[in-house]
Design a protein around this ligand. Structure first.
Ligand code: IPE
Ligand code: IPE
Ligand code: MG
Length: 250
């Protein structure tokens, strides 16, 4: 494989990943879907480590959507058990790599044991200063926007917010992601080209990457290839190419 050199000045601050393809990865091997999820947990460990090494400040992973509750009970239960086990087992590795854990989504939907493991891991890693790893659990973008609107409406009713003063910033401040910058990159593994309700507000100007690689096979070289492509894209934010060239001229 060709050596990839990245420009340290043009690294993304925030990478979001839709980790898809676990079930198909297992099926291709004649295994139960749950094996794919188990292998997917290993891919998470690899990519978290890689992002730490690359000094990426924020990584946000889509682990379980609001819609995923509709899967067969057996699979949901296996996923929750795997989640509890992974959160507990990964804390020493997160500490070693200076990773701060964070979670977004309607976390109250999760089994109590899972909520407890999360709270404990978030507390233990809270003083770490490296990568902020956010896992999205029982998350969907529309549901997040619904809760955000309810919060703003409640404050408006109590006159804590002036309705005419509601800005894009007000909305950002009431999302689960209020402490995170918007993703620069959104990656979806597994070959599907859709966003499946992930970070709908936040990906307004993210660069999108779709790879056919199934999540359990996703590794650092795939990430480096995406980062290299990202650095070759021009983020114009509505402007012309000439305007961008003029503003980046020293
Ligand atoms: C992603 O892999 C993991 C979750 C949604 C929890 P899938 O389980 O969706 O795998 P495919 O898409 O069926 O291959
Ligand atoms: C998206 O994957 C959710 C996660 C990766 C957690 P899905 O496999 O659930 O997405 P759809 O339903 O195929 O769009
Ligand atoms: Mg899928």
């Amino acid at each position: 494989m060709e050596e990839i050199t990245l420009d340290p000045q043009r690294m993304p601050k925030h990478i979001a990943i839709i980790m898809d393809g676990n079930g198909r990865w297992a099926k291709q091997r004649g295994l139960d879907r749950v094996f794919g999820h188990r292998e997917g947990a290993n891919a998470v460990r690899r990519i978290v480590r890689a992002c730490g090494e690359l000094q990426i400040p924020y990584l946000t992973l889509y682990a379980f959507s609001t819609e995923n509750w509709n899967r067969p009970k057996y699979e949901v239960e296996a996923l929750m058990a795997l989640l509890i086990k992974s959160i507990q087992e990964e804390v020493p590795e997160l500490m070693k790599n200076n990773v701060r854990l964070n979670a977004i989504g309607h976390l109250a939907d999760l089994p109590q044991q899972c909520q407890d493991a999360l709270t404990e891991a978030i507390r233990t890693t809270s003083a770490n200063t490296g990568l902020t790893l956010t896992i999205s659990l029982s998350y969907s973008g529309r549901s997040e926007l619904k809760y955000c609107m309810r919060e703003i409406a409640k404050k408006a009713k109590k006159n804590e917010i002036d309705i005419d003063g509601i800005s894009e910033e007000t909305i950002c401040q009431h999302l689960y992601t209020s402490a995170l910058p918007d993703p620069d990159i959104m990656i979806r593994t597994g070959g599907e080209q859709r966003v499946s309700n992930f970070l709908l507000w936040q990906i307004a100007y993210a660069e999108l990457f779709f790879t056919p690689v199934m999540w359990p096979d996703f590794d650092k070289p795939h990430l480096l290839e995406i980062l290299s492509q990202y650095q070759n894209r021009e983020r114009r934010y509505g402007k012309t190419s000439e305007q961008i060239a003029a503003s980046t001229k020293i």
